[in-house]
Design a protein around this ligand. Structure first.
Ligand code: ZN
Ligand code: ZN
Length: 285
């Protein structure tokens, strides 16, 4: 199945072919070579680039969330944190060149997830931004003026072969989460999880094969009591969630409850945390 990005690339490719007067469907006839693809030998690697929770020395913290996913066909940045300077500093600390980012996904229209975008976009090359159709027009137009391509998401779509968005969930604060599908499990990355974790995980399982789930990102549980968190974790486990790495807006007491319940299937997270698929697999077993 073609992802929207592939279709968009194909469109650019066809237009380029027409402009050059060459056959755009025969790669050997003067058409631009497809960019070298990075092999996903070791599986994807998730790096938390922006978080209010500290984890790794040398990384700056501030309210917000951003997670970089390497090791797929393209490098994906999920959310951009609340401050461009801090995002760029942490990227430099992590050895991330903005030019390696092929895809930026914005989970929802809150400043602590979109705030770093303006500083980042001019440093990117050929980046596609996936945002929600419900974002304000003025913001979308601004992003269009800086990004190579802007894709407006409403329902669930594929970004890459192994990567889907849940599409916009929730009504009050529409939000999309990212689903990375591997042979032996799903990694679901949430921004603030405003639509609720149960609905997000249900949707992730609906758009993929049923597999054990690793859940990471902001869980937004700060207003939940201990018994509510306990009920939620039980529900999530019955939905296939095996392991988690909550951070950002989850809430400290709530994180402690989850940690007590899941033990070594709770992975600490925060700014600078790198979680390789291998480590996730260990927790998913
Ligand atoms: Zn947030
Ligand atoms: Zn939010």
């Amino acid at each position: 199945m073609f992802s929207v990005r592939r279709l968009a690339n194909l469109r650019v490719f066809v237009l380029a072919g027409l402009a050059l007067g060459v056959c755009s469907v025969c790669p050997e006839v003067g058409a631009p070579k497809e960019q070298a693809r990075k092999p996903a030998e070791v599986g994807p690697m998730f790096t938390v680039l922006f978080d209010n929770i500290p984890h790794q020395d040398g990384y700056r913290t501030s309210w917000g969330y951003s997670c970089l996913i390497r090791g797929l066909e393209e490098t994906i940045l999920f959310d951009t944190g609340g401050d461009g300077r801090i995002l760029l500093d942490n990227m430099e600390r992590a050895g991330v060149d903005p030019k390696e980012i092929g895809i930026i996904v914005l989970s929802h229209f809150h400043g602590d997830h979109t705030g770093g975008l303006h500083a980042l976009l001019p440093r990117c090359e050929g980046v596609t931004v996936y945002l929600l159709r419900s974002f304000p027009e003025a913001f979308k137009n601004e992003v269009r003026s800086m990004a190579s391509l802007v894709v407006e998401v409403s329902g669930s779509i594929s970004l890459l072969d192994e990567v889907k968005t849940t599409g916009a969930l929730g009504f009050e604060i529409p939000e999309q989460s990212l689903v990375v599908e591997q042979e032996d499990g799903l990694v679901v990355v949430t921004g603030c999880a405003h639509p609720g974790l149960r609905g997000i995980v249900e949707k992730a399982r609906e758009i993929t094969a049923p597999k054990p789930v690793f859940l990471m990102g902001g869980f937004h549980l700060r207003d939940l009591s201990k018994s509510e968190v306990t009920d939620l974790v039980n529900d999530l486990e019955s939905l296939g969630v095996k392991a988690v790495a909550p951070s950002h807006c989850t809430g400290s007491p709530q994180r402690r409850v989850i940690k007590q319940m899941l033990g070594d299937r709770f992975l600490e997270s925060g700014a600078g945390r790198v979680i390789a698929m291998e480590e996730m697999r260990g927790a998913l077993e």
